[in-house]
Design a protein around this ligand. Sequence first.
Ligand SMILES: [Fe+2]
Length: 353
Amino acid sequence: MRKILLEHAKEGDMIARNIYSSNGNILLSAGMKLTNKYIERLQELGICDIYIDDEMSKDIIIEDVIGEETRIRARKYMAETMEMIKLSRTVDAYEAMKVVDSIMDDILSNPDVMVNLTDIRSVNDYTFAHSVNVCVLSLVLGTSLGYNQLRLRELGMGALLHDIGKNMIPNDIINKQGPLTPEEYELVKKHTTYGFEILKENNNISSLAAYVALAHHERYDGTGYPLGKKGEEIHEFARIVSIADVFDAITSNRPYKKRDNPNNAVEYLISMGGHQFDAKLVPKFLERVAIYPVGTTVKLSDSSVGLVVSVNRYMPTRPVVKLLYDCNGDRVDMGKVVDLMKEPTLFIIEDME
Ligand SMILES: [Fe+2]
């Protein structure tokens, strides 16, 4: 299985993972063959990449730290929650807890799996899918920090619901393609306070979880909002969620910006460690995130091209790659595998997806 851009998909390609709508219904199932009509429909829905199975990727298994069922349930919960907030400014805290618990169970039962954000999402579903990913990434970091289950649940609730205040901001501003005016930006910033107000009214949501919604845009160096707090004045939960939030935002297609590859997101986090982010947390976070996830097509420094087949946990920039094309652009015999840990002169120069 490998991930490709939808624009590179062809009629006849076999879908390797189910593609879901935001309400959890299957749009196309794994095993189906793509037709031009399907491709067009997926493009209309704002889906940018898909997983396919073909000769060159048939033995590649892509694992994720949470199961498909957990992810779909969580995403559906977020879609319903956003609707509910519009109608009544309330949140079903009990269901949120069940969603967080199932994410936590999946993470705890896969302690060695690198986080490989494998979800396929439409740009229109950005906020739902983003909330779920921020929850997963925050819980993975919380686990690395040795949090107990109760603490993880509280962190997970805050992470899952961190952006719900966006519902109080007009959609055309949230989804605006292009830069915001200073007035619009001031309005967007209010999603932190709105989210906090909604959550703190709910007796079943802890004040710390509500605080995460308020403080997830605070920055370690004091340059964030809404209060401009800095360093340890910002609770660790909010410092964690800010890292998860920025990482997922950079690596996702958003209504106004095309996604960047995980490698650049990692470089950004490292360069901002000690500035925008807590320098002690960034390396802990990176321990579990796959920079070049399994199934990614990469170009190597000798111009050869291959597919990542496994990740070296302690050297994430040096995964194991199955070559597809050699340095002259000629197809390589199936099965030639290069472990970049053992080839110090070779390195990845581009994520080609
Ligand atoms: Fe936010």
